[in-house]
Design a protein around this ligand. Structure first.
Ligand code: SAH
Length: 286
C-alpha cells in the first residue's frame, strides 16, 4: 500500500520533473493510511472552508476536497503550483494560491472567518507558522498540523519539564493543543530525519485568559526565559536592566508584581504556570 503511494508520488515528481527542495522543507507524505488518518482527524464538514498550508503534490488536498471541504491551498513553490493547477485546478472546491504563508495577506485570503488550517508544514518554519496562526486567531478556530514530534512535545509540555517554554506558554495562553498521533519518517518521501506528530490546536472563541494583553504577556515570558538557569526574579530584573524584549519595570515593581501574582521569586521560569505568567502580566500593568 505504502509502496504504491510512494510510486504515485514518484510518478508525479517525475512527470513534472521536480526534485524535492530541502530549503522549502519538502517531505511529501506518501503513506495512504496516514493521509486517511489525517482526513479523519480533520473530519471536514460538507462545504467547510479550510486553509491548507504547503499542499506540495496535493495528496492531502485531494482527499480533503473529496471529503467535501472547500480548500484554499497556499504553496510557495512555483513548480508545485503548476502541478497542483494541472492536477486539481479543475475542481470547483479547490483554490490554489502561489505565495508564502508568512507573507500573504490572510485577511484578503479569508474573507469569511473562522476557518480551520491544515497542513503538513515545512519544519524549518514551524514556529513562525504557529505564532502566525496564534496571532491571526480571529481567522482560525483550529489548526491540524504535521509537526516535528519534538515541537509537538513542546506544545503539549507540562509545567516543570524541560520541553516547557516559550512555545508551550505562547500557544497555551490562547488555546489548547493535543497530540493526536505520531508518524514515522518512512511515511514521507524523502524521509525526514525525525519522527513527526499530528497535533490539533484549538483557539476557542472564549480564550482561557480573556483579559490578557498578549503583547505584554509575550514580553514578560521572553524576559523570564531570557536567562534560563536563573530564578524568575533575577531573570526579570536582568532583562529589565538590559532593556531586553522591551521589558522595562524597576526591580521594585518586579518584586511587587511577583508577590501580587503569588509567584515565589526563587522559582525557575520553567516551573511557573501559564496562569501565573498571566497574573504576573496583569500585576505589572497596574
Ligand atoms: N502537504 C504536502 C507537502 C509537505 S512538504 C504533503 O504532505 O505531501 C511542505 C510543503 O510546504 C512543500 O510543498 C513546500 O514547497 C511548501 N512550503 C514551504 N515553505 C512554504 C511557505 N513559506 N509557504 C507556503 N508553502 C510553503
Amino acid at each position: 500500500m505504502a509502496a504504491q503511494q510512494n510510486h504515485t508520488a514518484h510518478r508525479l515528481l517525475a512527470r513534472y520533473r521536480i526534485r524535492p527542495t530541502k530549503r522549502l522543507g519538502q517531505n511529501f507524505l506518501v503513506n495512504r493510511g496516514v493521509l486517511e488518518k489525517i482526513v479523519r482527524a480533520v473530519a471536514p464538514e460538507a462545504g467547510e472552508r479550510l486553509l491548507e498550508i504547503g499542499p506540495g503534490l496535493g495528496t492531502l488536498t485531494r482527499l480533503l476536497a473529496m471529503a467535501g471541504a472547500h480548500v484554499t491551498a497556499i504553496e510557495a513553490d512555483r513548480r508545485m503550483v503548476e502541478l497542483l493547477e494541472a492536477e486539481l485546478g479543475g475542481r470547483p472546491n479547490v483554490r490554489i494560491v502561489y505565495g508564502d504563508i508568512l507573507e500573504v495577506d490572510l485577511d484578503a485570503l479569508i474573507p469569511t472567518p473562522r476557518w480551520r488550517a491544515v497542513g503538513n508544514i515545512p519544519y524549518n518554519i514551524s514556529s513562525p507558522i504557529l505564532f502566525l496562526l496564534r496571532d491571526q486567531r480571529q481567522l482560525f478556530s483550529e489548526a491540524i498540523l504535521m509537526l516535528q514530534k519534538e515541537v509537538a512535545e513542546r506544545l503539549t509540555a507540562r509545567v516543570g519539564t524541560k520541553e516547557y517554554g516559550l512555545l508551550t506558554i505562547g500557544l497555551g495562553a490562547v488555546g489548547t493543543c493535543e497530540r493526536i498521533f505520531d508518524v514515522a519518517p518512512g511515511s514521507f518521501w524523502p524521509p525526514p530525519k525525525v519522527t513527526s506528530s499530528i497535533v490539533r490546536l484549538r483557539f476557542p472563541e472564549l480564550p482561557p485568559y480573556p483579559m490578557l494583553d498578549l503583547a505584554a504577556f509575550t514580553r514578560v515570558v521572553r524576559a523570564a526565559f531570557g536567562k534560563r538557569r536563573k530564578t524568575i526574579r533575577n531573570a526579570l530584573v536582568m532583562a529589565a536592566a538590559e532593556g531586553q524584549y522591551g521589558f522595562t519595570p524597576t526591580p521594585r515593581a518586579i518584586d511587587v508584581a511577583l508577590s501580587t501574582a503569588g509567584i515565589d521569586p526563587v522559582l525557575r521560569p520553567e516551573t511557573v504556570t501559564i496562569a501565573h505568567f498571566a497574573a504576573l502580566t496583569g500585576a505589572l500593568a497596574t
